[in-house]
Design a protein around this ligand. Structure first.
Ligand SMILES: CCCCCCC/C=C/C(=O)SCCNC(=O)CCNC(=O)[C@H](O)C(C)(C)COP(=O)(O)OP(=O)(O)OC[C@H]1O[C@@H](n2cnc3c(N)ncnc32)[C@H](O)[C@@H]1OP(=O)(O)O
Length: 719
């Protein structure tokens, strides 16, 4: 809806009304058409202001309506009518002007923004382009280079940057609507052609071809197969090279392809999934809207290795005071310096002053006594963590929430070492912890809903996408990674090279394939865990690590290369070779080829040609099958939880939605059939055997992803 009122006799005020973000639903568009007509028809009205209810201008087109039948007046003629208006129209921008919201503002003759407003054209993040003439107006207003930046990245700008770029005419920290009303009154009757952006020529650039070539290369490099950024460059190119009307046609054409694409569907699903994970629930029935988080102001981080340092930075940047504890004096000094540097760099990037004085460094636990919440981030060793938890239980005030940053250790076991297991939760951060957006909040059997609510809220305040998951080995993310990695190892045994496997998965859209990723994070990490699990241990009789363990196929290739001291980038050699220890550029290593040949010969394995399709199916479908298993067990509450974890923690390409969304797109029946096919060929690999939930979904006709919850409920109630 939109409301019309007349202010001071001669200014028409149009207020968009569609909380919370005044998205341009059919009713809002109809309201705008009606109220603009009214303003034009009323002779007393000499100028118009458009604003949004509740100090929010407009969050753009209604994303929810994209999947249904489009009704109501179309956006483009509506905003053209505004630009063509014979009475000046002023946009009063408060809160946000995003996507169609900014495009609406660009059709107005003047834009006045509050200092705290954010503006942008984030359509690309939804698999679209600014197709309400934004791709044609913005370059005409601010030039090609700046427009390309905003349109291809979708980044939001502050009002100050918008003013500097020329997107808005004036910024105020007063009541924006009042300022706009006064201004509108002052420009009544003035000529408007010079204010109509569609009439502007696109500002010329030195070498347009080179500029677009460079932009295209940049987006192709970073887009990893995403089509919207490419279309955005093409649309801006049309603005730079064609008359406005033809540019608009090109924009429409490009949008038509994007609008119905699977990528747009995936990215829009991902947008809502990120919000859905905030509405967490626990198997007990406790959920986000019925539980009050505990108040948290003072925090502590125990252990200042790489993870601990990142967590201190994230907490400090979110405004918490932090007691940073590291028992080794030298490590404490180094950590302090590293943390200060990270804070300075972060503050510079965000254009703010760094916060240092909210951190207290300590080599003892004493200052932790009066904090509200502790995050333990010591080495991933249960015995060490138990010791820390016992110390914390002795020192902390009653009611302190104890969190452990572990990537997979048993939360229940750790909780059992404290007198208040209900106050223990896992907080699985991803490295670097101050950068990576994902946080897995892991509840144990006894974790109280308030503890979970508190950890989830803390994550939100740190700017994380937090997902609440149940406790099991590896939680959701790392648990699903295991069958994926196993398939990668098996494929090496059967004839593939690390390059072949990585290339197939990188072409799918991962930033790095499993072997390059493993070189980066350190191959020895998994080796140590496998040794602790008793897997990477030679058989006393043969002296070799068995290739069958607990009745299942096991590949020791990763263990064997670790035995050679090849731990990945840090040692300069791993699955690839690097020019030096710590080097970043992975090169295929002839040593690896020889090693694999010898390994296969030793075990009588006849190498065969492996197709990239097989790599994708085996790695991805095994991972997806494990995802269904976590849903079946209730470890993940919903497919959105898994998808958000994979997109934000494991670099699953966002334009493919996440593993569970991808499974829905591929078709559950196909996934099940292919898993069965591979399981027949590898009966000693149980993770290739389709799990019950997947079978059940296929049996009832493969319902779409939003209907899986119902099936899951039934299945869980039958267990
Ligand atoms: C052939 C058709 C032609 C169409 C022309 C196409 C040209 C225009 C395209 C567009 O405009 S696409 C939309 C562009 N806008 C955006 O991408 C903005 C998306 N929203 C956000 O980034 C954030 O929501 C926000 C606006 C910055 C607010 O963030 P905040 O953290 O304060 O709140 P949220 O929890 O994110 O949102 C609250 C609530 O509102 C829902 N919502 C937000 N934006 C939209 C929207 N544009 N359409 C529909 N719904 C929206 C959001 O989903 C939340 O609701 P729940 O999911 O929690 O129910």
């Amino acid at each position: 809806m939109a409301q019309f009122s007349r202010v001071s006799g001669s200014v028409g005020l149009i207020t968009l009304q569609n909380p919370p973000v005044n998205a341009l639903s059919a009713a809002v568009r109809q309201g705008i058409v009606d109220t603009v007509n009214k303003a034009l028809q009323e002779p007393e009205v000499k100028s118009v202001v458009i604003c949004g209810q509740n100090k929010v201008f407009c969050g753009g087109a209604d994303i929810k309506s994209f999947r249904g039948v489009m009704t109501g007046p179309p956006l483009i003629p509506m905003i053209h009518a505004i630009e063509a208006s014979t009475k000046p129209v002023v946009a009063a921008i408060e809160g946000i002007a995003l996507g169609g919201g900014l495009e609406l503002a660009l059709a107005c003759h003047y834009r006045i923004s509050h200092t705290k407003a954010r503006l942008g054209l984030p359509e690309v993040t939804l698999g679209l382009l600014p197709a309400a003439a934004g791709s044609q107006r913005l370059p005409r207003l601010i030039g090609i280079t700046a427009a390309l930046d905003l349109i291809t990245t979708g980044r939001h700008v502050t009002a100050a940057e918008a003013l500097q770029l020329g997107i808005v005419d004036h910024v105020t920290d007063q009541n924006t609507v009042d300022v706009a009303l006064k201004f509108a009154s002052s420009v009544a009757g003035k000529p408007l052609d010079a204010r109509r952006i569609s009439l502007y020529p696109c500002p010329p650039s030195d070498d347009t071809d080179a500029l677009f070539e460079e932009a295209m290369q940049r987006v192709r490099r970073s887009a990893r197969g995403a089509i919207a950024p490419v279309a955005c460059v093409q649309a801006v190119r049309a603005a730079a090279t064609l008359p406005y009307a033809q540019g608009l046609e090109r924009e429409k054409e490009l949008m038509a392809t994007l609008f119905t694409s699977g990528q747009a569907r995936a990215l829009q699903y991902s947008f809502f999934a990120q919000r859905a994970v905030g509405r967490w629930s626990m198997p007990s029935g406790a959920q986000w809207d019925t539980v009050e988080p505990l108040p948290v102001q003072k925090t502590a981080v125990i252990g200042l290795g790489t993870m601990g340092r990142g967590i201190v930075v994230a907490l400090t940047q979110a405004g918490f005071s932090v007691v940073a504890v590291e028992t080794h004096e030298k490590q404490l000094t180094q950590a302090k310096q590293a943390i200060e540097e990270m804070l300075i760099r972060g503050a510079k990037r965000r254009g703010v002053t760094p916060e240092h004085d909210t951190i207290t460094y300590s080599h003892s636990m004493e200052p932790v006594a009066n904090v509200d919440l502790v995050i333990e981030a010591v080495f991933e060793d249960m015995v060490l963590k138990e010791k820390v938890f016992q110390q914390l239980s002795a020192v902390c005030k009653p009611g302190t929430l104890l969190c452990t940053n572990t990537s997979g250790l048993d939360i229940d076991h750790l909780a059992s070492k404290t007198p208040n297991p209900e106050l223990v939760v896992g907080m699985h951060f991803f490295a670097p912890a101050h950068v990576m957006k994902l946080l897995e909040v892991v509840y144990g059997r006894q974790s109280s809903p308030r503890a979970v609510a508190t950890a989830m809220q803390l994550g939100k305040k740190m700017g994380k996408v937090s997902v609440a998951v149940g406790n099991c080995l590896g939680f959701v993310g790392n648990r699903m990674l295991k069958p994926y990695m196993n398939q990668a190892f098996f494929l090496l045994e059967e004839g593939a090279s690390p390059e072949l496997v990585d290339q197939a998965l990188e072409e799918f859209g991962f930033i790095m394939g499993p072997f390059r990723m493993s070189d980066l994070s350190g191959i020895d990490v998994g080796w140590r865990i496998r040794k602790e699990e008793g897997l990477a241990v030679p058989d006393q009789r043969t002296g070799q690590i068995p290739r069958m363990q607990k009745g299942c196929r096991y590949s020791p290739v990763g263990d064997l290369i670790c035995e050679q001291g090849r731990f990945g980038q840090k040692t300069g050699q791993g699955w690839y070779r690097y020019d030096k220890p710590g080097g970043r550029v992975a090169r295929p290593d002839p040593w690896m080829q020889t090693f694999l040949n010898q390994y296969r010969a030793t075990h009588g394995l006849v190498p065969r040609r492996i197709d990239p399709k097989e790599v994708l199916e085996r790695c991805l479908y095994a991972l997806i099958n494990e995802g269904f298993q976590t849903l079946e067990e209730g470890i993940a509450a919903a497919p959105e939880d898994i998808d958000v974890i994979y997109v934000f923690g494991y670099s699953w390409p966002q334009h493919r939605g996440g593993p569970m969304f991808y499974a829905d797109m591929v078709g559950l029946e196909k996934i099940m059939d292919r898993l069965e096919h591979y399981h027949q060929a590898h009966p000693d690999v149980p993770s290739l055997q389709p799990c019950n939930l997947l079978r059940k979904l296929v049996a009832i006709g493969s319902p779409p992803i939003h209907k899986w919850s119902q099936v899951m409920k039934t299945l869980r109630s039958q267990l």
